[in-house]
Write a protein that binds this ligand. Structure first.
Ligand SMILES: [Zn+2]
Length: 512
């Protein structure tokens, strides 16, 4: 039991011999994963030993904890502090037990305000160790946290997550002149997108004025791996079938830890989302999150929803925009909703079998039948070597039919023409406008010329004057537009038979 004189017992942390883990490990962890915490309400020496050797030692800054600036956390601060503790308990085999301070018992982690003369110091904390300070977290009364609510998404909440990380035994992942031999992360990983123990926002240093538009609300990918290495994973957290719900009116910045079950990531909204279900995959979901310098967005949005290593999220559904999805090595049900939605398969086409099913397609890895994805409302499929349009009942069907009717059956295999048509259709051109575009591109010299060519494409023969004249008259009088006649020809069963539309529905149509 920790007292004002002595902390709970600690144990060595042994290296994992994995850079991304070791770069976050300090030397010691709490032996017992049930860790107590308290919110001191008094700076009376009754609660803070002044004994040399086992006491608080020489006061920090202007006198932690005996300074007159040492004050208790507000009720709201305590609520958010406990939320931050819970984020660590969600991912690791840890629990936190609140104790009320007495002269005989205090928490291992004690959190209170005190003063550091440097106002840019937000907070500081002590690693697990043998001293009475070990585990304690101090919030600077001169710093931002004393002037801001600590709600998730704020820099304050991220700071709490960071300080608690220290209190549990995690260190900074960057060079420390006091410990120059310590393992560090490479620059591309030493940022708060990957670990909240970093001081760097994406590639901007954590200087005054630099921050995120919305800060991480959970330990991130590398934090989770490190804390799970030290204390074990929380294998009870979200062990059932979970639905993770997102929309485009909220901002998110988090890493999902999920212990099991069949899970679905569900996004609703008109803004496009990019979802990557792979372990350690990074997604862009909801309101974009930016690095900011003095409140101004810098560069592109940062990935803001990550999936922790070892986590399987089986299914995803996306919203009304043109969404992008990547599955994982399990069987995924991917539903794109409305919009032109793309599934990316990070492999060559030949390694997968594609099958039409009533509501969409299945795609199965040849070497792993357990990796069969079901695609619903997915219009496009991107392999490493080929792109396929699957929406033969939509834009791709219109493009294929018009190519067949206006340019002849062979052009349906012209991936460039298909790509041009899809681009225009996806931009919002109507079927008739698309028909007109095709007619104009074909460069006919007259209505007679146009009808002759369409007839030839459909029937494989040159029309007689009597056969073509009704159509030429309709065009000449303006009763039908060239685009509408092209659509009429495109939709005729002569044309859909010629281009094997039902066959294209099985295979999709290639485009560039
Ligand atoms: Zn720190």
């Amino acid at each position: 039991m920790p007292t004002p004189f002595v902390s709970s017992s600690v144990t060595d942390i042994h290296p994992a011999n994995v850079n991304t883990i070791d770069a976050l490990l300090s030397d010691l962890r709490w032996t017992n994963p049930a860790i107590s915490y308290s919110f001191p309400t008094s700076n009376s020496p009754l609660f803070w030993s002044t004994q040399p050797g086992s006491g608080y030692g020489s006061p920090f800054g202007d006198g932690e904890p005996w300074s007159s600036a040492t004050t208790a956390l507000t009720t709201n601060d305590q609520i958010n502090f406990e939320r931050a503790l819970q984020q660590w308990a969600n991912v690791a085999n840890l629990s936190f037990i609140k104790v009320t301070e007495t002269s005989n018992e205090v928490g291992d982690i004690r959190a209170m305000y005190s003063v550091d003369p440097d106002e840019f110091t937000l907070a500081w904390s002590y690693l697990p160790g043998f001293s009475a300070q070990a585990g304690d977290i101090w919030i600077n009364t001169l710093g931002l946290l004393n002037f801001q609510e600590w709600d998730p998404g704020s820099i304050s909440f991220e700071t709490l997550l960071h300080e608690i990380g220290h209190a549990l035994g995690l260190k900074h992942p960057f060079f420390n002149s006091d410990d120059p031999a310590a393992i560090t992360l490479p620059p591309n990983l030493d940022n708060t997108i990957h670990t909240i123990m970093s001081y760097t926002y994406a590639d901007l240093a954590g200087n005054e004025g630099n921050e995120f538009s919305f800060h991480p609300t959970t330990p991130m990918l590398l934090d989770i791996a490190a804390i799970q290495y030290v204390y074990g994973a929380n294998n009870n957290f979200h062990a059932g079938n979970e639905a993770y719900n997102y929309d485009d009116t909220h901002a998110y910045h988090e890493t999902l830890w999920d212990a099991g079950g069949t899970d679905t990531l569900q996004y609703t909204g008109t803004a496009s989302a990019s979802v990557d279900l792979k372990p350690a995959g990074a997604s862009f979901i909801g309101q974009p999150v930016y690095v900011q310098s003095n409140g101004v967005n810098v560069g592109s949005p940062v990935p803001n929803v990550w999936i922790a290593n070892g986590v399987t999220i089986e299914n995803a559904t996306t919203g009304q925009g043109d969404d992008f999805m990547i599955g994982n090595d399990n069987s995924n049900m991917l539903d794109g909703g409305s919009g032109i939605d793309t599934v990316r398969v990070q492999s060559q086409r030949e390694h997968y079998a594609l099958s039409k099913i009533p509501n969409g397609y299945t795609i199965t890895a040849n070497t792993n039948q357990g990796n069969q994805d079901t695609l619903t409302n997915i219009e496009r499929l991107q392999f490493d070597d080929i792109k396929l349009a699957l929406d033969l009942d939509g834009h791709a069907g219109q493009v294929a039919k018009l190519l067949g009717a206006v340019f002849g059956t062979a052009t349906v295999a012209n991936q460039e023409y298909v790509g041009i048509g899809l681009t225009e259709a996806d931009k919002g051109l109507s079927y008739e406008q698309l028909g007109e575009l095709a007619i104009n591109a074909a460069g006919f010299t007259s209505h007679d010329d146009m009808v002759t060519q369409l007839w030839h494409n459909l029937f494989g023969a040159v029309p007689s004057k009597a056969e073509k004249s009704p159509y030429v008259k309709l065009l000449d009088s303006g009763e039908i537009s060239t685009g509408a006649l092209a659509v009429l020809a495109a939709d005729s069963h002569f044309n859909t038979d010629n281009i094997h539309l039902t066959g294209l529905m099985q295979t999709g149509i290639a485009f560039v």
